[in-house]
Write a protein that binds this ligand. Structure first.
Ligand code: FRU
Length: 493
């Protein structure tokens, strides 16, 4: 094992003990210590689900990338594993081991990642070059291939960037491997390069599977490509597209195309582009297929452009709750993994509670907390707005408001206690279907994941309100009726 990897493993093992559990989420993945960004290598290996992630143990800010590692049997209870990859080779000595994916092959786990090498230009300036490399392992230890990097920028057609060439999605079809990799053309517009291989070591350029043509941001990071309910899904995370209505926002987006894929001609015909999650903190999702066939997605709960981690925290960045995907009425539907239900405790429910403006902010016995799974059905047609207040007291609050006439749902965390938060609210369209709006909220201390209308829309945001602020209140303008069912999520119970 290299010294760099050994150092990281020792450091995380020592430091993890110094981070009290009460300062961490209960059932969402964080790094043992330090910085975490994109999920990587989310995959089934020997009956367990492995999740790697972009990781810099030594600081709560981004640094030369390692791959952190954990695994789970049920997507809720995660076991920490030692750091899997460190920047310890000449070809990843620059910014390190960037994002990638994994596949099981002949009893081994194959990781494909972007190795970022630093080179010195003739004029003395430093430049980072991105290529793709392989590491093969047994679920704990991984050995980088001696022929790395296995896919280099030289293999791309003329006019393709050698600097932005990253985040390979590797998969196996019959006896062939494929890899889909984010790249840019000479005009600076995002494109996805497709490669194939017989052995995962020798690769051949096939084609540009898709091009942004300057339509959707300047690079499509972290592609994922898989079949779902008879269609083919392409997921990308574009940086800096121009905002369009409430569908696309400025900054980091995660978009899915639902389309069809011709496996012989290697042609993807895409349909509409949809936002995957309308919240302020959701990026770089990755999926895997569960043993029972479900397609499960996990993403980084953070945004590059609005970094909020308080300075005194020992960990930075967390993952979403893994979500089951399906296609419903031509759109992506996502719901928290059903395994979460095994961790529900202390059910509290109220049916048809009446509420009107004059009631002010209503509290209900037993409806409070910071780690919960709560479903609220907002009923009736005589109200203008309905608001759920989370992590609330007289000073703090995060509001979820539905404006029934406009059909707009908004998360607003302006008063959640984060002075450096410049982006404090975001909205999406949501239908008041069949006389009700269905809102499921998964909260784990610092994260609020909202699933509207049985998961037809999702909205994920961070709040760093002090953890003992745990009231939940309801208020409306006009007259409304609502039902609520809340469970605490107790991981060790
Ligand atoms: C996306 C990303 C990837 C890259 C990684 C670096 O969040 O920028 O494109 O591989 O993060 O940490």
């Amino acid at each position: 094992m290299s010294e760099v990897l050994q150092k990281a493993r020792l450091y995380e093992a020592e430091q993890e003990k110094l981070v009290p559990q009460k300062t961490r989420p209960e059932f969402h993945v964080t790094a043992p210590v330090g910085w975490l960004n994109d999920p990587n290598g989310f995959s089934l290996y020997q009956g367990e689900y492995h999740l790697f992630y972009q990781y810099y143990p030594y600081d709560i800010h981004w640094g030369p990338m390692h791959w952190g590692h954990c695994k789970t049997k049920d997507f809720v209870r995660w076991e920490q594993l030692p750091c899997a990859l460190a920047p310890d080779m000449p070809y990843d000595n620059g910014e390190g081991c960037f994002s990638g994916t994994a596949v099981e092959h002949e009893g081994k786990q194959i990781l494909m990642y972007t190795s970022v090498r630093s080179i010195i230009l003739e004029d003395g300036r430093k430049k980072n070059v991105q290529n793709q490399s392989i590491a093969v392992g047994d679920g704990i230890n991984y050995e980088k291939a001696s022929c790395n990097p296995v896919i280099t920028g030289e293999m791309l057609p003329e006019g393709s960037s050698r600097v932005d060439f990253r985040d390979p999605k590797i998969w196996k079809e019959k006896n062939r491997f494929f890899s889909l990799i984010a790249n840019r053309d000479e005009e600076g517009s995002g494109q996805l390069a497709l490669f194939s291989s017989e052995d995962a070591l020798n690769w051949k350029y096939e084609k540009m599977l898709m091009r942004s043509l300057n339509q959707l941001g300047n690079i499509w990071e972290c592609p994922d490509f898989f079949s779902l309910d008879g269609k083919q899904m392409l997921i990308i995370s574009p940086i800096f597209p121009n905002a369009k209505g409430l569908e696309i926002h400025n900054g980091n987006n995660s978009i899915c195309f639902i389309g069809d894929y011709d496996r012989e001609k290697l042609e993807f015909v895409k349909d509409q582009a949809y936002q995957i999650d309308y919240g302020m903190d959701f990026y770089a999702p990755q999926t895997t297929q569960a043993e029972d066939g479900r397609r499960i997605m996990i993403a980084w709960v953070q945004s590059w452009t609005n970094y909020l981690t308080p300075d005194d925290m020992k960990w930075a960045g967390m993952m979403t709750i893994p979500r089951e995907l399906s296609i419903c009425n031509g759109r992506l539907r996502q719901v928290p993994v059903r395994e979460l239900e095994h961790y529900r405790k202390n059910r509290t429910a109220y049916q048809n509670v009446r509420l009107e403006t004059a009631d002010g902010e209503k509290k209900l016995d037993g409806i409070s907390g910071r780690c919960f799974d709560m479903t609220v059905d907002i009923l009736g047609a005589d109200y203008e707005t309905f608001t759920i207040l989370l992590a609330c007291d007289e000073e703090y609050r995060t509001s979820l408001t539905y404006d029934r006439k406009k059909g707009i749902f908004t998360t607003d965390r302006s008063y959640s206690g984060m002075g450096k938060d410049l982006l404090s609210s975001r909205s999406m369209y949501a239908d008041h279907e069949k006389g009700k709006l269905n809102v499921r909220i998964i909260m784990d201390k610092f994260s609020v994941e909202i699933f509207v209308n049985d998961g037809m829309q999702a909205m994920t945001s961070l709040i760093y309100t002090p953890v003992d602020i745990d009231q939940i209140r309801f208020c409306c303008e006009g007259k409304a009726e609502f039902s609520v069912e809340k469970y605490d999520i107790v991981r060790n119970g």
